[in-house]
Ligand binder design. Structure first.
Ligand code: ATP
Ligand code: MG
Length: 332
């Protein structure tokens, strides 16, 4: 392995990735894979903390494959980065079980993300698995001795727990782990097509990377714009208007965007034209992503091979770490 700093980040395979994921993390990952030693985890065990029903677990395998397709479509390259499936690296649960002893129950209960999940999903009592989420995530990160962990703001508190676990371990048994740093993306948060909340699959206000042209056209047509504007001749607002936020993010023709904005403010352009041009721009942005997806779509053997080969690499690294851990503790 190289001596470049190591990165761990990834996703829970809970559904297809959307334009928000692209802006918030995927775009950055494509860059990071050239500069760092990257591990991209498909964290299927983490989904059990909230989705443990048989209906959900029986579709996990397909969702993991879907996630690989999403990754490949945007240019994440298994020749550059290790793409792996968490459950195929059993060392992670071994390390997790050691780590659970280095964190107190009240500390785990104080993690703000836990409170949010309990509130958002209306969970009556958190399971031990859910409470333990930060210990499992610490095992993901420390297993490959990651130095940097690119995460959304919502995951920052988990990285903090990881840092505490790593330093407690090092103090107790000897220096094994680097203390990782969270890398909060500067891509910002993309608003949803409803203009009300961030783009999020559980809200259903998404344009997916896998949407076809017609679907994009339909979603853009139905997009929220400026609610104060009743006719095309009314002066419109640009700020906070999702149609223009998307134009800024995905339309590579800046002159066109400037012209639309100028006319919108003066009440000289209809929503129909603004949206038609947006559909064209998003489809133009998605076309190369679709072409890349088409290269891999339906090739289950190839996708499974990518998953297996990445998981083997992650497993090798993890075994090395686990051996060091057990030896530092004097167990082996
Ligand atoms: P869910 O609705 O199940 O919470 P989601 O669509 O919000 O799903 P997550 O899996 O929660 O997606 O997101 C994982 C990561 O992707 C976040 O930590 C964040 O970095 C990034 N991300 C998700 N949605 C957006 C968004 N709208 N804008 C920017 N980044 C996003
Ligand atoms: Mg979310």
């Amino acid at each position: 392995m190289s001596n470049k700093p190591r990165i761990l980040t990834g996703d829970r395979p809970t559904g297809p990735l959307h334009l928000g994921h692209y802006i918030g993390t995927l775009k950055n990952r494509v860059k990071l894979q050239d500069e760092f030693d990257c591990f991209f985890i498909m964290a299927d065990l983490h989904t059990l903390t909230t989705d443990f029903s048989k209906d959900k677990t029986s579709t996990l395998k397909d969702r993991v494959r879907g996630l690989v397709l999403d990754y490949l479509s945007v240019g994440i390259d298994p020749a550059k980065a290790v793409i792996y499936q968490q459950s195929k690296v059993p060392q992670v649960t071994y390390l997790e079980s050691i780590f659970t002893n280095l964190i107190t129950v009240p500390r785990a209960q104080r993690v703000p993300t836990l409170k949010e999940v309990i509130r958002d999903l209306n969970i009556k009592q958190p399971s031990l698995g859910l409470l333990n989420y930060p210990a499992l995530m610490a095992a993901d990160i420390l297993m490959v001795k990651a130095n940097l962990v690119p995460v959304g703001k919502d995951q920052e508190s988990h990285v903090e727990v990881t840092r505490e676990i790593a330093s407690t371990f090092n103090k107790t048994y000897g220096e094994v782990f680097p203390i990782p740093k969270a890398l909060i993306g500067d891509g910002g948060t993309l608003i949803g097509t409803d203009g009300q909340a961030k783009m999020s699959k559980s809200i259903g206000n998404c344009i997916y990377l896998s949407d076809d042209t017609e679907t994009v056209n339909k979603k853009v047509k139905g997009m929220y714009t400026d609610p104060t504007r009743l006719k095309p001749t009314d002066p419109g607002h640009i700020e906070g208007n999702p149609v223009f936020i998307y134009h800024d993010a995905f339309n590579d023709n800046k002159a066109e965007v400037d012209d639309l904005k100028a006319r919108y403010i003066k009440g000289q352009v209809g929503d129909v034209e603004v949206k038609e041009k947006l559909s064209l721009a998003i489809n133009k942005f998605l076309d190369p992503i679709r072409a890349k997806r088409a290269e891999f779509e339906g090739k289950l053997d190839l996708i499974d091979q990518i998953i297996d080969s990445g998981s083997k690499k992650a497993s090798l690294e993890s075994q090395k770490t686990l051996d060091e851990v057990l030896s530092a503790m004097g167990i082996r």
